[in-house]
Write a protein of this length. Structure first.
Length: 502
């Protein structure tokens, strides 16, 4: 009889997780650049509208978006770019197992049963009402250099400076690998802290850059009675300054905050990401005009330069989408001149489906960031179309434009990042930077009347996997160009010549 009741107890025994510790981490996420968190609403007046909270009408940043971004970052740090997750690595340990993965021999292994993620990430609602900007996008025909038919669209973005309160809760089970969980969480949150994780759409073109400040860490040991009571009485609405009886560890650095909270884990990890970064400072050699699609309630010229808010003030910008389009067009021209298949362009900038619908989708490996242009002046220029037959002014064709003009103090910093770079790809990027530097490659619109020329001042090129840095400086247009170890850079261009002639 006793044996029978024991078997019944085992049959109906609960299989809940034995959680011994709960770690809650909070921080304030601040957008550094405009961010597009799309809702997918087809009835919106814009082609891509923002995701809004249905109650407060504030911007909504879902926990799924945050989880996907930091999981991808953790995978790239541990395995490198363009690689798959492995069983029992840091991403799967922290976020749960995947259904299938590839082993060392690239054989696909399917897993029927996964495990639930021990990390809980809350949805976040912006602290202030939505302040949005409108951006226009258009595809340029690479042959005619004019807008392609039916290829114009607009989208809504959140202004830089928008704040979101973040909340993470890590559940530590008795049988889990606590040091690995804490290490993976620390690496992922460090990515948010350093601004290395972008959110939303068009991340490869400079949107969605952000940083997290003001870390708070609570460490609840559920085997301790006072900590259990503190966690049970926690105000999860976070509407009070002291949400529970236990004080958090507060620090601007997440690793230091976790250490202060009594969490022990290894801080050593090997970053497997291979990348080439180019940080270049330019000035405006001629006026610049990138058309803004955002209408103004004030009296304004017919065409104005694109501006975006930074620290509450409108600043002229060189958008990542505009610069990437210019670079891609010139790269195609270089490769076509060398009579090479343009697959090298698709490898760097992503696949162009307008030419071949059967191609496999591939994200751009070149990250082009948005640049703020400092110390400029707005001046209005009047223009008129000329009647080609009479040689006089064409009736009704008077219009005005407001480009930005540079001065001796004008600066814009261009930031490019190429992931998993190959020598010939680096050589192609160097040729593109050379064309920008000398003013041979204009950016923006109305380049046919002399606008959009840049003049290089200094550049720093960093190759991560070889730990090499090259500096290029030129005090002025008439001064000589100074290049560190120019022979090394010449080898990359030679590699491009070898690649296209093979």
């Amino acid at each position: 009889m006793i044996q029978k009741s024991s078997s019944i107890e085992n049959e109906f025994k609960r299989k809940q997780r034995h959680i011994i510790r709960r770690i809650i981490i909070r921080g304030i996420l601040i957008l550094d650049t405009p961010t597009c968190l799309g809702s997918g609403d087809t009835e919106s007046p814009t082609d891509l509208s923002l995701l809004r909270d249905s109650i407060s009408n504030h911007a909504l940043l879902t926990g799924a978006s945050i989880a996907g971004a930091i999981r991808n970052y953790l995978r790239e740090c541990e395995h490198g770019y363009l690689t798959s997750e492995k069983a029992d690595d840091l991403p799967t340990t922290l976020f749960g197992a995947i259904r299938s993965y590839k082993d060392n021999n690239q054989n696909t292994i399917t897993i029927e049963d996964g495990n639930q993620s021990p990390l809980i990430i809350d949805d976040s609602i912006s602290t202030s009402p939505i302040k949005s900007e409108l951006r226009d996008g258009v595809k340029i025909n690479s042959v005619t250099r004019t807008a392609a038919e039916k290829a114009k669209y607009d989208f809504e973005v959140l202004q830089a400076g928008t704040k979101f309160p973040l909340c993470f809760e890590l559940l530590i089970e008795k049988a889990s690998d606590e040091p690995s969980l804490l290490k993976g969480l620390a690496i992922a949150l460090q990515g948010l802290e350093k601004g290395e994780i972008s959110l939303g759409m068009k991340k490869q073109r400079g949107f969605g850059r952000c940083k997290v400040h003001n870390w708070q860490v609570w460490n609840f040991n559920l085997e301790d009675a006072s900590d259990r009571i503190a966690w049970l009485t926690l105000d999860h609405s976070w509407s009070t300054n002291s949400p529970c009886t236990k004080s958090p560890a507060v620090n601007p650095f997440i690793v230091a905050a976790m250490k202060e909270a009594g969490l022990q884990f290894s801080e050593e990890w090997d970053d497997k990401r291979d990348r080439l970064t180019i940080n270049a400072t330019f000035t405006l050699a001629t006026p610049l005009l990138i058309r803004s699609g955002q209408s103004s309630s004030d009296k304004a010229p017919d065409v104005v330069h694109l501006k975006s808010r930074r620290n509450g003030e409108l600043q002229p910008v060189l958008s990542g989408t505009s610069l990437a389009g210019v670079l891609r067009h010139r790269a195609e021209r270089i490769v076509n001149t060398l009579q090479k298949n343009t697959s090298i362009i698709d490898e760097i900038f992503g696949v162009d489906f307008s030419k071949d619908k059967a191609k496999k989708a591939k994200v751009s490996r070149l990250i082009v960031h948005e640049s703020v242009i400092k110390e400029t002046k707005d001046l209005v220029q009047n223009r008129i179309a000329i009647d080609r037959f009479t040689g006089g002014a064409l009736h009704g064709a008077l219009f005005n434009e407001q480009p930005i003009f540079g001065s001796d103090k004008t600066e814009l910093n261009l930031e490019l990042e190429l992931r998993q770079p190959k020598p010939h790809e680096i050589g192609l990027l160097l040729l593109l930077i050379k064309d920008l530097w000398t003013g041979d490659l204009p950016v923006g619109g109305t380049s046919s009347i002399g606008r959009g020329r840049l003049q290089g001042k200094k550049a720093t090129i960093t190759l991560a996997y070889e730990n090499k840095i090259w500096n290029i400086t030129q005090a002025s247009k008439n001064e000589p160009l100074i290049i560190d170890n120019s022979e090394d850079l010449e080898k990359f261009v030679d590699s491009l010549n070898e690649e296209v002639s093979a």
